[in-house]
Design a protein around this ligand. Structure first.
Ligand SMILES: C[S@@+](CC[C@H](N)C(=O)[O-])C[C@H]1O[C@@H](n2cnc3c(N)ncnc32)[C@H](O)[C@@H]1O
Length: 216
């Protein structure tokens, strides 16, 4: 019996060590060359533990999302936050979901169709530096676990300022186990450099939220 327990404990420690090593390697790699979260792991974005920890409805409430708003979900991935945002903006609102990876957008599209909210969402296959949106068009932009994956963060923030109305909000959330996790102080420094003003922040067991105002 003791032998089996020892073997299981050994396997658990080895498994955890391998996961930690993998995470550290990805972090180092991402620091040198930021890259998008692989679409092959999209299931992880929808994992019930993640959904429970981030609580999309509560997060979007904190960002100030309200019915009738025009919302941009930059780096929408599998559409977890896009779906909730589409429900919350209601019939008078609209959501623009942007992602670099076509496979992520295809998955987001399926899930939005299943949720019955595809008619209030436009999916855009593009990057963060040249958004297919008008100046001063958006009431809120959200970046959930996306900021660290963007190589030129200042260029992305400047583009976000362009499409956000004066006084509109930017919500940023990041998770500690995300390989491209960015320290909240780094996000704040860059956001303020671009012309955003911090309005609210909250710590999570697994990361943080920040809400900015577009101080145009
Ligand atoms: C970790 S996933 C998070 C997805 C989603 N926001 C969520 O929290 O469930 C980050 C997503 O951002 C996208 N992404 C990364 N860099 C991007 C960029 N420069 N422009 C647009 N999308 C980007 C990736 O393709 C990926 O789908």
């Amino acid at each position: 019996m003791a032998g089996i327990v020892d073997a299981l404990a050994n396997m658990a420690v080895t498994g955890l060590g391998a996961l930690l090593g993998w995470n550290i390697t990805l972090r180092a790699q991402n620091h040198l060359q930021p890259s998008p979260f692989p679409w092959q792991f999209a299931d992880l974005l929808e994992h019930p533990w993640r959904v429970q920890a981030l609580d999309p409805g509560q997060t979007l409430d904190l960002y100030g999302l309200a019915a009738g708003m025009n919302v941009l979900d930059l780096g929408c991935g599998s559409g977890l936050f896009t779906r909730t945002a589409a429900h919350m903006v209601g019939e008078s609102g609209y959501v623009h979901a942007v992602d670099l990876q076509a496979a992520m957008l295809a998955r987001a599209k399926r899930s939005l169709e299943e949720a019955g909210v595809l008619d209030r969402v436009a999916l855009h296959h593009c990057g963060a530096y040249d958004l297919p949106l008008e100046d001063d068009e958006m009431d809120l932009a959200i970046l959930v676990s996306t900021f660290g994956e963007i190589p030129d963060k200042l260029a992305a923030l400047n583009e976000l300022r362009r499409v956000l109305k004066p006084g509109a909000r930017l919500g940023v959330t990041d998770e500690l186990y995300h390989p491209a996790f960015t320290l909240p102080g780094t996000v704040r420094r860059l956001a303020e450099e671009a012309g955003f003003r911090l309005l609210a922040k909250a710590n999570l067991a697994i990361g943080y939220h920040q809400v900015y105002i577009n101080a145009k």
